[in-house]
Design a binder for this molecule. Structure first.
Ligand code: HAM
Length: 426
């Protein structure tokens, strides 16, 4: 029988990688809590229409990347390709946006894309959404919060903030018309993908990876000339706030994002370390979505970071995290094992900050010490025949250049207390 394998583009995160994931997630939780953001958890499946209407019928996501299926009642459902639409749906449904709200979510998203390094069909996002503040100070807060997260992860120097404003829907419509006219005159010189997009989603041509199309765009009309006054002022104030905070950015007037719901501010954090999948985080303002979903018109702004890409970036920089236990407990025979088990249980209750792993499955001391070493533990704690007689325990250092010690229970507790304090300092 052939072995089962994970679905293409859907990846197992194995135990040697989960410490890094957990570190990434915990750091995010800490930063979010420090800024007053609360978690929201929404279902992974929603009505297909919810995504189609908000993300846009002619986007790649809706046209060809959604996992959609009829349920037993013949309703069309989809696995969520992103979290913004679900969050807005929940916020409207539960009346959360009477007053300003700041929320976040973390979890799997699904897009039927061609898998490659940094691009999967099931991937994970940390998303943040805010409701109720129309001004650029909300956008600035989001970007400063990103910087705090990057700094705590040790990757801030690797990331560039690309910033743009795409104006009001009216400004965008006027720009779209001008851009379409310009590109139509040069239709034959465009790459195939851009030719197809000209009638459906011309702004996405600005994102084209084709060098010849990019060359044509060099002389194309610029969004800047079509911007409405309010969007211009919003953008200028945002830049001013970022300058004040010493947060550098590069203005990229071709940045349009792959989802249709944005207005005014859009941004992406990119890195040169990950090849083609360079964007680790993207977001912007989407002031129309709440009313589109039947809520009272409410300004909104947010972003989502791709956790796989952050993990890859940290691995590239050798910023790995590990979970190494503090103690690995070995014992000489059944009698000693029983004692050791009780002691391990007591230590875990009294010193909850310590990682305590007990050797299971017996074997010689030699083989047990081999496993102790492999576990990454700092100390082996030995329950042998001598220890059974004396009532003491032996601690053998496995990493640092320390002395082996035989301690009474009282001395042991003093030592474990110190070890716990040290462990928690890191
Ligand atoms: P997005 O740009 O589609 O925006 O996705 C955000 C991030 O998710 C990307 O920058 C990337 O790091 C990661 N990502 C997207 N697709 C994949 C994939 N196939 N494999 C691995 N990582 C991926 C959104 O989803 C918006 N909801 C962001 C937002 C929130 N805007 C306002 N609020």
């Amino acid at each position: 029988m052939s072995q089962y394998r994970a679905i293409r583009g859907m990846v197992d995160v194995l135990p040697d990688e989960t410490p890094l994931w957990q570190m990434l997630e915990q750091t995010a939780r800490d930063v979010l809590a420090a800024h007053g953001y609360a978690e929201i958890r929404t279902p992974i499946v929603e009505n297909t229409e919810l995504f189609a209407r908000s993300i846009g019928e002619v986007t790649d996501i809706v046209e060809k990347e959604m996992y959609s299926f009829p349920d037993r009642n013949d309703d069309s459902l989809s696995l969520r390709p992103e979290g913004t639409a679900s969050t807005v749906r929940a916020a409207v449904q539960h009346n959360l946006i009477q007053s300003p709200q700041r929320v976040w979510y973390m979890g799997p998203m699904f897009r039927y894309e061609r898998p490659q390094k940094g691009r999967q069909r099931q991937f994970h996002q940390l998303g943040v959404e805010t409701f109720g503040v129309a001004g650029p100070e909300q956008d600035a807060e989001l970007l400063l919060m990103c910087r705090q997260w990057w700094t705590r992860l040790g990757i801030n120097d690797e990331l560039t903030l690309e910033l743009n404003t795409i104006g009001s829907p009216e400004a965008r419509a006027s720009y779209k018309a001008a851009l379409t006219e310009y590109l139509r005159e040069r239709f034959d010189a465009l790459d195939e993908d851009s030719q197809r997009r000209l009638d459906t989603n011309p702004l996405r041509i600005l994102d084209s990876k084709s060098a010849s199309t990019q060359a044509i765009l060099d002389d194309a009309p610029s969004m800047t000339d079509h911007l409405d006054e309010e969007s211009k002022a919003h953008h200028e104030r945002l830049c001013q706030l970022l300058d004040m905070a010493g947060l550098s950015y590069s203005i990229n007037t071709r940045l349009v994002r792959g989802l249709d719901y944005y207005n005014k501010t859009v941004f992406e954090w990119t890195t040169e370390k990950l090849g083609a999948q360079a964007t680790v985080c993207g977001g912007g303002r989407y002031d129309m979505m709440v009313s589109q979903f039947g809520g009272r018109a409410t300004p909104a702004s947010g972003f989502a970071a791709g956790l796989e890409r952050l993990v890859l970036l940290m691995q590239t920089l050798n910023l790995d995290a590990t979970f190494d236990p503090d103690l690995y407990i070995v014992s000489s025979d059944e009698n000693a094992f029983g004692q050791a088990m009780l002691e391990a249980d007591r230590i875990r209750a009294e010193f909850p900050g310590l990682g305590v792993v007990q050797h299971l499955g017996g074997g010689s001391f030699k083989s047990q010490f081999k496993r102790a070493d492999k576990s990454g533990a700092a100390w082996a704690m030995v329950f042998g025949e001598e220890e059974m007689v004396s009532g003491k325990v032996t601690l053998k250092p496995l990493r640092a250049n320390e002395q082996q010690m035989t301690l009474s229970r009282e001395e042991l507790d003093t030592f474990l207390g110190q070890l716990e304090r040290l462990t928690n300092e890191y």
